[in-house]
Structure formats: C-alpha cells, structure tokens
Design a protein around this ligand. Sequence first.
Ligand SMILES: Nc1ncnc2c1ncn2[C@@H]1O[C@H](COP(=O)(O)OP(=O)(O)OP(=O)(O)O)[C@@H](O)[C@H]1O
Length: 397
Amino acid sequence: MKLPFRNDRSNNPSSARTVASRGITPEIALDGSAAIDVRGVNHYYGTGDARKQVLHDNHLQVQPGEIVIMTGQSGSGKTTLLTLIGTLRRVQEGQLNVLGQPLHDLSQVNIGNLRKRLGFIFQAHNLFGSLTAQQNVRMALELQPNRASRREENERCSKMLTEVGLGERIHYKPSGLSGGQKQRVAVARGLVHQPDILLADEPTAALDEESGRQVVTLFQREARERGVAIVIVTHDNRILDVADRIVKMDFGRIARDTNLNEAAVLGEMLSKCNVFTGVAISTLTEISRSMTRTEHAPGDRIVTYGEVGDRFYLIREGSVSVKQPSHDSSNDFNEVATLHDGDYFGETALLTGEPRNAHVDATTETVTYSLDAATFADVMSQRKSIDEEVRSSLFAE
Ligand SMILES: Nc1ncnc2c1ncn2[C@@H]1O[C@H](COP(=O)(O)OP(=O)(O)OP(=O)(O)O)[C@@H](O)[C@H]1O
C-alpha cells in the first residue's frame, strides 16, 4: 500500500531491535541453540614485534542444519576461524561456543570429547599411506566412545565410501588413488561418525564437477536429515548454490553475512511492490541484501508522523497500524489502514522529500526490512534505465 507521508515528529527507535546490516543479517539466536556461536573473536599470530592480528572482532552463529559457505581472499582469515571453531587452535580473545560448550573454559579432556562430535575435511588429506581407503575412514570411528562391531563398522565405512563414489576402491591405498579420490576418502572420513558439526576447507577443490556435486549433495542430506551444522571454506563457485548463507571474510573480518534463502524470499516480495515494477527479481534479490532487518514488538513505533522520511519499509511478517491526525486536532490520531506481510510503506517521503504524514505502529510481533534513502535512489535510477532498456529493445524490433 502506498502512503503519501507528509508531516512528522520524532521516532522511537530504541524500542526496535535493529540489526546493523552489511547485508541481510540472519536471526541471531541468543538462547544458546546455535551449534556454533562466535562472539567478538580476535586472533593473533607470532609474538613480540612479529605479533600480528589476523582476526578482528568476528561474530558468527551457525544453526543446526545450516550450511554456511565462507569465502574471501587468500589470507583473509577463513582457515584460522575454521580451526578455532574446530578446537584445533586455542581461543585467545572473545567467546566461542561449540555445541553449547564454551571453548575458552574447556579442559583438554572435554575438548577431546567435543572434538569427537566434529567432522573435519581439510585440504591436506592426512591419509595414512599404509592403510586402505576403508581403514583410513575407520580411523574416525576408532576414536568414538561407543564402538560397534568390526563388521558393522566396516560396512558403515564401505557405505560412506560408496556414497562419495569410491565403492570400487575401498581396498585401495592412497598411492593407488588420484588426488580427487583421496579427497573423497577424506570426505567419507569426515562424515562416517555422524558428526554434529562438519568443518570443511576446500572440500571440492580437487574434484571434477560431477564428484564435487556428489559431495555437496551428501552435505545437504546430512544437514537436512541429521541437522548437521556445516561450514565450508571454499573458492569453488560451482557449489555456492548449496549454501543457506554466504559469509565473506575480508582482512580478518566478516565483511558480509548473507542469508540466501531469505534474500530470495525478499526479492520475490519486493517484486510485488508497485514501486519496483519493471525491476528483475534477481536485481531485487541483490537489492534485498542491502536491507536492514528490524524486529518490532507490539506497540513499537516504526515511523513517526512529522519526521523526515529516510527509509522504505517492507513488512516481512506481522502487521502494523497506520494512523493520521484527525483534521481538527493534530494530537488526535485515527487509524486509516492496517498493513500485513508483503505490504510496504514509507517510499513516498523518499521520493518527495516531504515529512511523514502518519504514524506507523506495530500491532503484533513484526519484522520489517528497510532500505535507506541512498540505496532506494539507486534502485529507482536503475529502474529508469531498465525501463529505457525495455523501450529501446521494443523500438528496435
Ligand atoms: N601459523 C601461522 N603463523 C603465522 N601467520 C599465519 C599462520 N597461519 C596463517 N597465518 C597468517 O594469518 C592470516 C590469515 O590466514 P588464513 O590461513 O586464516 O587465511 P585464509 O583466508 O584461510 O587464506 P587461504 O584462502 O589462502 O587459505 C594470513 O595473513 C596468514 O599469512
């Protein structure tokens, strides 16, 4: 619904929990349910004059069943963060909880026990040259507290090797396997003990398209069916589609944390707003990554009458009440509309520069995504160029 906002007074942003956004920031679970919970983590290498900070104030929550792909330039700190999560390095500063356990407080024994619930697939395969593929995969089971019979364990290993496409080679030693095949043994070893978290560093780098796809399909199944939280460090663009989220690291910081599913949903919602007619959904999905997610409790004021309008709002879920002053008294406001999921408001003030002409209050638990004035202006100018493009192609025919 389009609202011709005019006048205004002051807003009350303190009641809204605004998530500072460099993209869409997913819901942050504060109830300890995240499988991986990184808060304010810094990391340094070296000592004395050679001491160098390589991670700066990183925050990351990964939920069970979520697949997070971590990208970024070489040296941006991805592997360091992954090895900290994997308890392979000691946390120096900040808090890091893995499966509900605070790593900074954990004894060596408990770290050892926790590690058994993690699966690792790292670039250097670390396979034992004297052992067959099946025996290498068995190593992961031999570390587990609850062992099955040797026969059962062997069957599990063979099944896992078959799932990564190595059913014919379970009795081969690494020297008889190609780089990609060794990599697949490492994948099977990382998953055979059914970990709660899988940490993978370039798991598809040595694989051809088909084997890479087979491996990430297996990851997806583990995430969906068993709720495994998966973090993959990769430069492999071919597997980006399996990610629920893409985290981009830049100079030791998480520069961008994008929830892909949510971005797609928002792009779809934006395409139904008149104001974005003519803009491709893919462009809108891209734009949605620049939006700020805000949660509002019932009664929270989202837009205040009289205030200068600096944002466009899309209601992701919930409902709001739009109130305008009755003509005889500016202190007396009447409800003129209620808006729900997928509705939007606030664009007119951005277009005209006039102050808001209504209050907008949340009436239920409401989630909005908003676009700031500068980004909105960009979209509008883009829409113009798209319009022109469509027109000129029509004329050309
Ligand atoms: N053991 C180490 N000692 C000293 N410096 C290190 C060590 N390991 C990594 N570094 C440095 O820390 C920074 C982050 O490295 P890291 O390996 O975490 O980055 P990355 O993003 O995983 O890179 P790549 O994509 O090349 O694997 C880099 O500047 C690197 O040179």
